[in-house]
Design a protein around this ligand. Structure first.
Ligand SMILES: Cc1cc2nc3c(=O)[nH]c(=O)nc-3n(C[C@H](O)[C@H](O)[C@H](O)COP(=O)(O)O)c2cc1C
Length: 189
């Protein structure tokens, strides 16, 4: 059973990201075929970028690397900020290197009219550099607040719930397959 790390990439504690995160964790939590870990970047100390010849990674970088290393796959839940993804996500991505490699990532995005899709397309370029397999199918929320009621529940859940199932099915296939592949033959980026 693959270990999936869900990264909630909003820098705003209690923002829309928290609401989307609750919805997604409810969906993923119902599945018997994965184990979940959750990293909320609004509450995660992020390390400074290492210079390369410093005394090695600091405590925050080691903690982050351990969480990434323990995962077989990832889901990134990201808003769109100025046609891109938030800076806290780039910090987290850049703080770790080989621990990302040969694993899949799925995306849940949200924003205004674009539904965060431009943030996702930029993330595909970034993750390619780290040898991360990005999944074709994503979940996106356009004009997000209009889709949830005052209790944070989706008013018309079928579309998003179905999209989450498609993405999770793909994620589990890739996470399981690449985990077996790494065990059979170490991947050397
Ligand atoms: C600095 C900033 C820039 C934004 N830029 C965009 C954008 O380019 N496209 C878009 O669709 N929404 C944009 N938005 C709207 C956010 O995607 C939307 O408000 C989202 O729900 C914010 O998520 P959060 O509450 O988790 O921060 C922007 C919001 C902020 C704060």
């Amino acid at each position: 059973m693959p270990d999936i790390l869900v990264i909630i990439a909003s820098p705003r504690e209690g923002g829309v990201g928290a609401m989307i995160g609750r919805w997604f964790l409810d969906q993923a939590g119902q599945r018997p075929d994965l184990r979940l870990d959750v990293m909320d970047l609004s509450r995660t100390p992020l390390p400074p970028i290492q210079s390369g010849n410093a005394d090695g990674p600091g405590e925050e970088a080691r903690a982050l690397a351990a969480r990434i290393a323990a995962a077989d796959g990832f889901v990134v839940i990201t808003p769109e900020y100025n046609h891109a993804y938030p800076a806290c996500l780039k910090l987290a991505v850049d703080a770790v290197r080989h621990e990302w490699a040969a694993k899949p990532v799925g995306f849940v995005s949200y924003g205004g009219r674009s539904g965060g899709l431009r943030a996702v397309e930029q993330l595909r370029l970034v993750f390619a550099e780290l040898h991360v397999m990005t999944l074709r199918d994503t979940v996106s929320f356009h004009q997000t607040p209009t889709q949830f009621d005052e209790k944070g529940r989706l008013t018309e859940p079928d579309g998003a719930n179905g999209a989450a199932k498609v993405m999770l099915d793909q994620l589990i296939w890739w996470a399981t397959t690449l985990s077996q592949g790494r065990a059979a033959r170490p991947y050397t980026p």
